[in-house]
Design a protein around this ligand. Structure first.
Ligand code: NIG
Ligand code: FE
Length: 429
């Protein structure tokens, strides 16, 4: 008998194994799960050696340990492509004001909103930032997020922005959730500054300083994304262009908060500059969704944000898909509009408010979300040589994601081949 290859772990007997194999899913192709019944995943040195039927993989591999997923769904870990994970304090008072009718942009204009979180965050020590953000990260992991993007943006001055960036890198090093950093000094105009002056500071001092800082502290990671909040009362289109063009010229990959409240042309700009993603898109005109659909810029829908604001419009998923766009979903975790750590909740909302099927929402939170942060070659699907980041759900049918909401369907989380959330004993089915 020929000898079988050795592996570290065999996850076997999954009722449904969702591989999401085949790369980012564009337009109407969204929702290809690559489903294998009675499926198994072979893991070696933190990576996927193979996926297939339990029978085939047992024949091929000899495993040092085994984990049964009998009667359960196995799928890639969620990738959250848009979070503002690191901040200090909360904005519960503003939540009450908004319920009573104050608008998000009015509160920002009056010096609240993002600026009130800036006042709390700017003077917080690194230790405080870590202590306040770590519990959120733990929740994200418990709900199945194995990789997340995380933005600065509550410092709005170099030293404080870099402290937030340092917190993101420290939390990434702690693990197990992997963090992909984004530099967002262009999140709001700090009090006492004219927009032009502040953009000059970002372009002439902060971004060049980031280049130097990253060479020293980036530990060989790929450079961070640079993002801008393109919005009335924040950065208009020409200021956003200046920030993003400067970042691009310095070699940073780009992201943009576009058309969240007002359509300023941010989506067109994202496509023109080859941004990794354009996020929110609540007010994007059809002509710009068409441009987006013809590009590699990922459309990131954030349905928890209008939900959090009690607003009526949701990301235009159908139009994005009709135009051939690559649609991803994220939480937008932040203290103002969406304190939500759960990608499962984003899926539940997306199915109801964006018309996505559970299969489409799953692809949008895994392989397409990985594309939004330029990580689709290493995570987001279960394919040979990719990182072994996977979930075992406590249910046997993938459609329970989306159908059920408000409870956690994840029972086991495996990150880089290690079991980091142990199987819950309380079955869900
Ligand atoms: O994506 N719109 C800008 N940024 C966040 C909100 C941040 C905040 O209110 O603190 C968003 O919704
Ligand atoms: Fe955001």
């Amino acid at each position: 008998m020929e000898s079988r290859q050795t592996i570290d772990l065999l996850v076997h007997s999954a009722a449904q194994l969702l591989t999401l194999a085949g790369g980012p899913q564009r337009g109407r192709a969204l929702g290809e799960l690559g489903l294998i019944e009675d499926g198994a995943v072979a893991i070696r040195a933190g990576r996927i050696a193979a996926t297939g039927s339990t029978e085939d993989l047992r024949r091929t591999f000899s495993a040092a340990s085994e984990l049964s997923a009998a009667g359960r769904v196995v799928m890639p870990g969620f990738v959250d492509p848009h979070t503002h994970l690191v901040w200090a304090g909360d904005r519960a008072t503003e939540f009450e004001q908004r319920i009573q009718g104050a608008s998000y942009l009015e509160i920002l204009e009056a010096g609240g909103g993002i600026l009130s979180t800036v006042r709390r965050t700017r003077f917080a020590s690194l230790e405080t930032l870590l202590a306040e953000s770590r519990p959120r990260l733990r929740q994200m992991l418990a709900y199945g997020t194995t990789t997340a993007e995380a933005k600065t943006g509550y410092g709005l001055e170099l030293e404080a922005e870099l402290r937030i960036l340092r917190a993101i890198l420290a939390l990434d090093s702690e693990g197990p959730v992997e963090l992909v950093p984004t530099f967002l000094p262009a999140h709001a105009i700090p009090q006492g500054w004219q927009p032009e002056e502040y953009v000059a500071l970002i372009c002439d001092q902060m971004l060049p300083a980031l280049v130097v800082w990253w060479a020293r502290y980036g530990q060989g990671r790929p450079p961070p994304f640079v993002d801008v909040f393109c919005e009335l009362g924040a950065f208009d289109l020409s200021l956003s262009r200046r920030v993003l063009e400067r970042a691009h010229s310095l070699g940073f990959p780009l992201k943009i908060h576009a058309d969240e409240f007002n359509p300023l042309g941010g989506t067109r700009l994202a496509v023109e500059l080859g941004a990794a993603s354009a996020d929110h898109l609540l007010q994007t005109p059809d002509s710009e969704l068409e441009l987006l659909g013809g590009s590699d810029t990922v459309a990131v829908g954030l349905p928890a944000t209008p939900f959090g604001l009690g607003a009526a419009s949701y990301p235009p998923a159908r139009a994005i898909l009709q135009h051939g766009g690559i649609l991803a979903l994220g939480t937008d975790l932040n203290p103002g509009t969406a304190w939500c750590e759960s990608m499962q909740f984003a899926i539940g909302l997306a199915c109801r408010t964006m018309g996505l099927s559970p299969a489409q929402a799953i692809a949008a939170t895994t392989i397409n979300a990985a594309a939004a942060i330029h990580r689709d070659k290493s995570i987001g699907s279960l394919e040979p040589d990719k990182q072994a980041d996977l979930l075992i759900l406590g249910v046997s049918d993938f459609r329970q994601l989306g159908y059920r909401f408000g409870t956690n369907l994840v029972s086991t989380v495996i990150k880089k081949g290690q079991i980091v959330v142990a199987q819950r004993t309380d079955g869900l089915d």
